[in-house]
Design a protein around this ligand. Structure first.
Ligand code: FUB
Length: 318
């Protein structure tokens, strides 16, 4: 089974991973990601790092999401009280991405989908961050096939509209979650990523601008936003003082992996920080057939993150 886009969480002392479920559907590769034609989700768990991984079986299938059309992309999950929420991007029947929610009493599912996507949600790659004060925020968005460039302040444009190369790049979005965890408590806002001079990162800065796969973790009282730069294939990070940002760009966490996409999550488990990511090594490099990996992530004493290279890691683990 191929798995990708791993969102890792610790629930009840156990490590759970919520990935995309890649498979060969025969759709040819294009710049919109049509070849990522996934149809369901499985949840995985581990009791210890390096221990056995349990596949908990089918957690949610596209046929059980009334509004869904095609392409179940990178999911995330959250726990509130005794309920678990699976957040997933999928195109609706008009081929427009929105973010759906499905609920379960168990972290591994099966999950029951709501009848409609989250009101006001669009684009893809949801990541739900629980702050230390108990508030939950959803970060989302992605350009190119992720369709973020087809939206302006919550309005669907129906066409691509990118800022010019010297203008601030399209930003990931953030919204406070409603108490029910199936709605936004506010209009989604832009998450600003600034350079070292305090200026917004611009569209033409492909090495550093946001593409997809936003993730937020908190370390030493600071908020760390990490994301993929897409066509330059890095996972990078930026640091801020609020879950809303602004975030100041700091550097690369993970160099390009084998395969086009690079998508990760960061979680603390049993006293250490872990980076979950994927690559296409097990499929011999096929872009749309990826496998989840994990490796330790190090915060340096000054708060920066040690840069990782999956090829180097793989050699040193032999
Ligand atoms: O897995 C489908 C898409 O590829 C994800 O939503 C993106 O983040 C990229 O990994």
């Amino acid at each position: 089974m191929y798995t990708a886009d791993p969102s890792a969480h610790v629930f009840n002392g156990k490590l759970y991973v919520y990935p995309s479920h890649d498979f060969e559907s025969g759709i040819p590769e294009d710049d919109l990601g049509s070849h990522f034609n996934m149809e369901d989700y499985h949840v995985f768990s581990m009791d210890s790092v390096g221990g056995e991984v349990t596949d908990h079986g089918l957690a949610l299938h596209i046929d059980d999401v009334p509004w869904a059309g095609r392409q179940m992309w990178a999911p995330d999950a959250a726990k509130k009280g005794d309920e678990y929420f699976l957040y997933f991007p999928v195109k609706d029947k008009e081929d427009i991405f929105h973010i759906g929610v499905a609920i379960s009493k168990n972290p591994e599912g099966p999950f029951e989908a709501m009848d409609n996507p989250i009101e006001g949600s669009y684009s893809m790659d949801p990541a739900v961050f629980e702050d230390t004060d108990g508030k939950y925020y959803m970060y989302f968005g992605g350009i190119w096939g992720g369709q973020l460039q087809q939206w302006d302040q919550g309005e669907y444009l129906g066409e691509d509209r990118y800022p010019a190369d010297d203008e601030p790049a399209l930003a990931p979005k953030v919204a406070l979650m409603g108490d029910d965890m199936v709605s936004f408590a506010e209009e989604p806002k832009d998450v600003l990523v600034l350079d070292e001079k305090g200026d917004p990162i611009v569209t033409g800065d492909n090495d550093r601008r946001f593409f997809e796969a936003a993730w937020v973790h908190k370390y030493d009282g600071k908020y760390y936003l990490s994301y993929s730069t897409g066509d330059t294939h890095n996972i990078v990070y930026a640091i801020g003082d609020s879950p809303y940002g602004p975030f100041t760009y700091k550097g690369v966490i993970l160099d390009p992996v084998l395969g086009w996409t690079n998508h990760h999550s960061i979680v603390k488990y049993q006293g250490k920080w872990w980076l979950f990511f994927h690559d296409s090594s097990m499929s011999g490099g096929k872009t749309h057939l990826r496998s989840v990996k994990m490796t330790e992530l190090t915060h340096n004493p000054d708060g920066s993150i040690k840069r990782l290279n999956a090829f180097v890691e793989a050699e040193s683990n032999k």
